[in-house]
Write a protein that binds this ligand. Sequence first.
Ligand code: ATP
Ligand code: MG
Length: 234
Amino acid sequence: MAENENTENTMIEMIKVSRIYEPNITALSDISLSVGTGEMFFLIGRSGAGKTTLLKLICNMEVPSKGLIEVAGYDINQLKGNDLAHLRQKIGVAYQDFKLLGDRTVAENIAIAMEVSYKKPRAIKQRVKDLLEQLQLVEKHNTITNELSRGEQQRIALARAVANSPRLILVDEPTGNLDASTTEQVMELLNRSRLAGATIVIATHDSSLYRQSKHRVLELRNGTIHSLTEGDQP
Ligand SMILES: Nc1ncnc2c1ncn2[C@@H]1O[C@H](COP(=O)(O)OP(=O)(O)OP(=O)(O)O)[C@@H](O)[C@H]1O
Ligand SMILES: [Mg+2]
């Protein structure tokens, strides 16, 4: 799908977006925000603030109750069929609850997105190997993911999200189960993706991820934007 030229500097545009879970839970209320192409963007806020809901709206796993969401210049709630599938292939998501295929191996899980987009088997093998090296999980290549620790599963979910070099990467609480040095590896991996041109949105409670960074931080409180710290654009 060709990029919409007028919006090539904006990867995500949300205008007055609300998400109400019936009958009366307002998970997000009147959210307007814009994320630039190539930006790394942090979404913070207490448990229940709406972080996961926001990420799910961006990747079309949830639909807004009100408002407009554009990704790469496309109104994602109007896209259908092949066009929607095509856009979804350009979005890598590391879910808070991982959503790995528990009875498949680590390598199979990481390879999935690349197989869906018909990458060559040799390229897939190499990419899986590289990612496992970066995350120091090479020895887990053939392990069934159900047998991994939660921290290991979390890193495999991240490897799967970035594997196909998506244009947009959404990561939901990527370091919840990790120690400081493993957290650093994860951030290195994400930074590498950003340097390769990806736009990255990270939802997190872990202030060590954004405290020292120059990236923008958005805080959600009870589904509304509480503060937006402008940092230097990458
Ligand atoms: N499927 C759903 N049905 C009903 N309510 C939901 C649903 N999903 C989320 N909610 C509610 O929406 C609000 C926002 O939830 P969300 O999962 O987005 O929070 P979060 O910021 O990701 O929290 P955490 O930090 O615990 O992951 C919460 O009040 C939650 O209970
Ligand atoms: Mg969440």
